[in-house]
Ligand binder design. Structure first.
Ligand code: ADP
Length: 205
């Protein structure tokens, strides 16, 4: 079943620093409409949203800054060591993100190639919601080096971040297409170009 009639809807995922944003940019340059779940997760708790109201109702006004914005560090401290609180927060944010992504997908023109970038696609069990699941894969040591370089992290912090995600095997198990980003940027772009040519673009033309 098509995720959205008339549109090809791709779920793009991969571990931290695997290259999701880079691949999304390359697909956007070829004409895809990119919807970024991380950006939506901020939008749905912006001031004035039902999402922010729900967060304040659950966690109290201490999670707001003086200006009425979400105080992310304060909220982070509340959910960091409390799995039940984290689940409550996710129960507010994840459905709102999905609803917004679905609305944006529905608003895309007929024939559009829509790419939803979802870091936790596998962890949240969404693979069935897409026409095609594309996984950007890197070997763990490459991932560790890139996350450290990009985010300026020491090795223990970087390893802790990677450990919080679904295993590489779980992601690969649901992939329709695997992009292996263990080489140069040019090698990555070649794979994206092939994906576009063979699986995505021709349909649009
Ligand atoms: P993600 O969105 O999956 O977290 P990014 O696309 O931000 O990952 O890539 C992580 C970092 O690695 C970025 O700094 C990006 O520029 C860099 N990067 C991505 N692909 C390559 C590559 N093939 N060679 C070198 N650096 C890369």
């Amino acid at each position: 079943m098509s995720a959205a009639p008339g549109r090809l809807v791709i779920g793009l995922t991969g571990g931290i620093a695997a290259g999701k944003s880079t691949v999304a940019d390359l697909l956007a340059a070829r004409g895809a409409i990119v919807i970024d779940a991380d950006l939506l997760a901020r939008e749905v708790v912006a001031p004035g949203t039902a999402g922010l109201a729900a967060v304040v109702e659950r966690f109290g006004p201490g999670v707001l800054t003086a200006d009425g914005d979400l105080d992310r560090p304060a909220l982070g401290r509340l959910v960091f060591a409390d799995p039940a609180a984290r689940r409550d927060l996710e129960a507010i944010i994840h459905p709102a993100v999905r609803a917004r992504a679905a609305a944006l997908t529905a608003a895309a023109p007929d024939g559009a190639i829509v790419v939803q970038v979802i870091p936790l696609l596998v962890e949240t069990g969404q693979q069935e919601a897409f026409d095609l699941v594309v996984v950007v894969d890197v070997p763990p040591e490459v991932q560790l080096a890139r996350v450290r370089a990009r985010d300026g992290l020491g090795e223990p912090e970087a390893r802790a971040r990677l450990a919080a995600q679904a295993g590489r095997d779980a992601r690969l198990a649901v992939a329709d297409v695997v992009i292996t980003n263990d080489g140069s940027p040019a090698h990555l772009e070649e794979q994206v170009e092939r994906l576009w040519r063979e699986r995505l673009g021709p349909r649009a033309g």
